[in-house]
Design a protein around this ligand. Structure first.
Ligand SMILES: Nc1ncnc2c1ncn2[C@@H]1O[C@H](COP(=O)(O)OP(=O)(O)OP(=O)(O)O)[C@@H](O)[C@H]1O
Ligand SMILES: [Mg+2]
Length: 262
């Protein structure tokens, strides 16, 4: 299979803790891939090492045929691989629309001269940026909040803003770290439709999510991490039916510990 994103033998330790340990992940173009696992399984660390925010100790990350292991996050993003954060990071002094427009600038070909001189080309690219931002605000259902400031948004809307900002960079792959966290049922359904629409436009998605039912519904294939290792990889139905996954993810002792911890 042709891979859009290929992760091989990826390992990253923090002291004695192997946050991820020999992890492999293959994502094809147009896939929606899921990564699930209990708290502390290494999901965010996997995203951090893929997207350049944390250097792996071992292993490689190949994106569209190029080795991007240990490349700086902005260079990886400029190539078309972006990620969202578990904790949202909007620009607080900008409106929702301005936040999304700012995202479009990552890949615009302006340069210093064009920021000083308003040429027809710059005007055109600004118009295109504004149009893209408005399209993304409509796609994510944030159009009515376009002129609001992030502090006026609820948790679910902040997550949608984070996704709109990522899409504004015109990525080919987006890594989404817990996009449904804090969303209510209506917002989750909206998110689901949004992600399917985004995929249908040709964007490849990798989703880390605690809402496993959402992952099983959305994803073409699912990787289960447990204590930093790949416990299982397969189609949603196979993963769901695996007793080892049920034990790791839904196991009685852990379920109790998790509900006590949250
Ligand atoms: N910067 C860090 N310094 C030290 N330990 C870390 C660091 N980042 C992660 N870890 C440890 O690595 C392990 C994996 O953490 P990670 O955040 O990747 O898990 P996760 O699967 O994303 O968990 P959650 O579902 O709670 O978000 C945990 O034991 C965590 O404590
Ligand atoms: Mg995490």
């Amino acid at each position: 299979m042709t891979s859009m994103l290929s992760v091989r033998n990826l390992t990253r330790s923090f002291g004695a803790v192997r946050a991820i340990d020999d992890v492999a992940l293959e994502v094809g173009p147009g896939d929606i891939a899921g990564v699930i696992g209990p708290n502390g399984a290494g999901k965010t660390t996997l995203f951090n090492t893929i997207s350049g925010f944390s250097a792996p100790d071992q292993g490689s990350v190949v994106f569209e045929g190029a080795d991007i292991t240990r490349m700086a996050p902005h260079r990886i993003a400029a190539r078309g691989l972006v990620r969202t954060f578990q904790t949202t990071r909007p620009l607080h002094t900008s409106t929702v629309r301005e936040n999304v427009v700012a995202g479009t600038h990552l890949r615009s070909s302006g340069g210093l001269l064009s920021s000083l001189v308003t040429t027809p080309r710059v005007r055109r690219s600004e118009r295109e940026a504004a149009e893209l931002a408005d399209t993304l605000l409509a796609t994510t259902g944030l159009d009515h909040a376009a002129d609001a400031y992030p502090r006026e948004l609820g948790g679910g809307q902040l997550r949608l803003l984070e996704i709109a900002r990522a899409l504004a960079t015109r990525p080919t792959v987006v890594l989404l770290d817990e996009p449904a966290a804090g969303l209510n049922q209506t917002e989750t359904r909206h998110l689901e439709k949004t992600l399917l629409a985004v995929r249908d436009q040709g964007v490849t998605l990798v989703i880390v999510e605690h809402d496993v039912e959402l992952v099983f519904r959305l994803c073409d294939h699912v990787t289960v991490l447990d204590f930093g290792r790949v416990l299982r990889h397969g189609a949603p139905a196979e993963v769901r039916a695996d007793p080892a996954v049920a034990e790791a993810y839904f196991g009685a002792s852990r379920a109790t510990a998790e509900s006590e911890g949250s």
